[in-house]
Write a protein that binds this ligand. Sequence first.
Ligand SMILES: O=P(O)(O)OC[C@H]1O[C@](O)(CO)[C@@H](O)[C@@H]1O
Length: 496
Amino acid sequence: MTDIWADLDALPRPSLTDLFDADADRVAAWSADIAGLHFDWSKTHLDAQVVDVFTRLAEAQDFDAHRDALFAGSVVNPTEGRAATHVAERGEGGVDDVRQAKALHARMRALIDAIEGEALGPVRHILHIGIGGSALGPDLLIDALGRDDRRYDVAIVSNVDGCALEEAVKGFHPKETLIAIASKTFTTTETLLNAGSALEWLREGGVEDPYGQVIALTAAPDKAIEWGVDETRVLPFAESVGGRYSLWSSIGFPAAIGLGWDAFEAMLEGAAEMDRHFRLADWAENMPLRAAFADLYYTQARGCETRAVFAYDERLRLLPAYLQQLEMESNGKRVTADGKPLGRVSAPITWGGVGTDAQHAVFQLLHQGTHLVPVEFVAAIEPGDALDEEHHRQLLTNAFAQGAALMAGRRSDDGARNYPGDRPSATILMETLDPRTLGALIAFYEHRVFANAVLLGISPFDQFGVELGKEMAKAAGAGGGDFDASTEDLIRRAGL
Ligand SMILES: O=P(O)(O)OC[C@H]1O[C@](O)(CO)[C@@H](O)[C@@H]1O
């Protein structure tokens, strides 16, 4: 293994323009079309030699066995001793997991039918309360796909800051609002506090039986029932579906009801198509694996501490936030799956924004700063707007021009006007942004995270790093805890 990393460091470092000059077919060689998505990794520094080193790493890390285990529903989360069955939600996992996921989807659909049939009274607004993986996925789906023809007003509340809940219910009528409490564990303090306050809002709005307007989306049905949700309105999902991988399960309820069941199913099908690609494609053509090679090349060989994702599509403005949790909570680890020090850097910091806005804010650093930041552009060929086509033309030309400028740079004797160039970017171009393609896109990112984890020997499906802060917040809230002088002073000043 040591040899592999040493070999990586010893590789020659041709510039991007050298790589293009040396291979007339570079674009075709480093591009792929999968599930309605075009992936162009040609403006990265991947070449045959880099891939060769990482192929040896994949062999040394038994990549195929890990991937098979993921799709078989075997234990791939060793620290918690469980499988990760998000692929089964798309029909691509072990037989029993797929059967269970289908049954639970059927239950979700039946409840949606009942809600649409007004079995729970008239519903016009859906208030989804959850945080992290129980909010970011549904939020992304609804924001991206439900701009024009949302069947219900859907608001997603996560922050414990009461301003978030107050804002969310503005314009909602309590008697026509359904509350969906989304929490895998049903113990998350922010979610339960928001849920309690939402019930109070219903009560104050004249709803006689507020619990009658509440459903739960959870892997802990007993806890939801204990909290007061009627058993018939609990939509369970499997414990083995990780929070940040859960939008395919009942956590996706707001998308399934807000966009319609057909859209939800199309999203699952798009993800399944990407699953099949990841499971079956040879390493040389396997896009999530290839992207992971590039990710690792930049973090391990080029010292990149961050990577930036820019959606050149307003509908995907929540994508960077979604990816932050997916990538950083999964692979932001300092030990290997068996608890030994990693001895290397792990996941880069994911950040980003929306184009073209970001060009006028952060691109200065990308073009001329001292940090090397691999950039990713995500765009759709078909416009989402009905305005003059000049809008979309400018949107796409800007995205493509940024990639070109990062790579080519421009020499000048005037340092301030010199663009060094040779800065990498990758582009994902969708034919059209629809449920199927978005499902495939998200599944691509999931598998890329998994491939990165396997190559580094990390366990991507736990998140112990978030526990300590939660415990200390609880202690502080309960007036206990043994804090440092600074924290004690802040607590005192805030009158807590
Ligand atoms: O769905 P839950 O159990 O409320 O947890 C919410 C989020 O909290 C985390 O555990 C991190 O704090 C995430 O992994 C999860 O998505």
